[in-house]
Design a protein around this ligand. Structure first.
Ligand SMILES: O=P(O)(O)OC[C@H]1O[C@](O)(COP(=O)(O)O)[C@@H](O)[C@@H]1O
Ligand SMILES: [Mg+2]
Ligand SMILES: [Mg+2]
Length: 317
């Protein structure tokens, strides 16, 4: 009989277990909205969020659902992509929750997988900004995927586990125990339409991958780009591969697009816990001390060997 999420969580900290339990219930609610699409009762429309991105109705609904979940758990501070700053919640809370309530927003109407990414941090002892702690302080991290299956990829710092939601019972059941990202990559994920804006090391790395058996890498690479980091990450975690969202020369993209605190850090934590790696091209993501909640970072994650190989292109530059 597969392990249930609640049984698994019972082995860890009680506050973290309560929070992840609430997040899992919220994810089921959001999955219901996602599956109803245009026939749901939710309003449609677009505004701008704190990060300057277009905010869709489902971004707003997701933020509402997950902030409610956080309120029902011992969360003292809630930091969301969809809010300008950190929000103080429960005075007696012991945790901080950083969240991308809806990842892959550009895919909402296209019926492609989207998700929710979360990072759980301890409170700081000196009262400094709780969301400016490096990712290596995360107590837990994970992401939900709203796709053909509702999946949870989660780590409490003892390996990365996968749970699948069973709609018949409402339970999340473990489908992968201590997942291991294959060491060798045969696929890269990058938005190649930005090629003309890339820095030299990124350009040379991708060109060498594309050269396949004729080039210095001596083997062929496939390319995939879902434009939902959760879906690209899950495929890479399963099959091996590398994801890059580097800084580029477009206005506002010097540090790429991905947010350090609630996208890059949780994904890097999960990748490392699954034997993979996550860097900004030159430095381990989890060691970067964030300066603000919505800070962007270049990101490279996936199969350890490949992430290190990519880093050598930066080191040589
Ligand atoms: O549209 P682009 O530039 O290819 O960027 C796609 C990337 O941006 C993201 O959608 C950012 O997430 P949001 O949808 O939460 O802003 C990633 O999930 C994805 O990998
Ligand atoms: Mg996102
Ligand atoms: Mg988002």
């Amino acid at each position: 009989m597969p392990l249930t999420l609640s049984t698994y969580l019972a082995n860890g900290r009680a506050d973290v277990a309560t929070l992840i339990g609430e997040l899992a219930a919220a994810a089921q609610e959001l999955a219901g909205l996602v599956s109803r699409g245009a026939v749901s009762a939710e309003p449609v429309g677009e505004t701008a969020n704190g990060g300057g991105d277009v905010q869709k109705a489902l971004d707003v609904a997701a933020d509402r659902i997950f902030s409610k979940a956080a309120r029902q758990a011992p969360v003292a501070f809630y930091g969301s992509e969809e809010q300008d700053g950190a929000v103080a919640l429960n005075a007696n809370g012991t945790l901080a929750l950083a969240i991308d309530p809806l990842d892959g927003s550009s895919n909402i109407e296209t019926n492609v997988s989207i998700g929710t990414i979360f990072s759980i941090l301890p409170l700081t002892v000196d009262g400094s900004d709780v969301f400016c702690q490096p990712g290596n302080r995360q107590l837990a991290a994970g992401y939900f995927i709203y796709g053909p299956q509702l999946l949870l990829v989660v780590s409490l710092g003892q390996g990365t586990q996968v749970f699948c939601h069973n709609p018949d019972t409402g339970e999340f059941l473990q489908t992968i125990e201590r997942m291991q990202i294959p060491e060798k990559a045969k696929e890269f994920s990058v938005n190649a339409s930005n090629r003309r804006y890339w820095q030299e090391p990124v350009l040379r790395y991708i060109e060498d991958c594309e050269a396949g058996t004729d080039g210095p890498r001596g083997r062929n690479f496939n390319m995939r780009w879902v434009a939902s980091a959760v879906a690209d990450a899950y495929r890479i975690f399963l099959r091996g591969g590398i994801y890059l969202y580097p800084g580029d020369r477009r206005d506002g993209y010097a540090d790429g697009r991905i947010r350090l605190v609630y996208e890059a850090n949780p994904i890097a934590f999960l990748a490392e816990q699954a034997g993979g790696a996550g860097t900004n091209g030159q430095q381990r993501l989890l060691d970067i001390v964030p300066e603000k909640l919505h800070q962007r970072t270049p990101i490279v994650f996936g199969s350890r060997e490949e992430v290190m190989e990519m880093g050598r292109y930066f080191a040589k530059a």
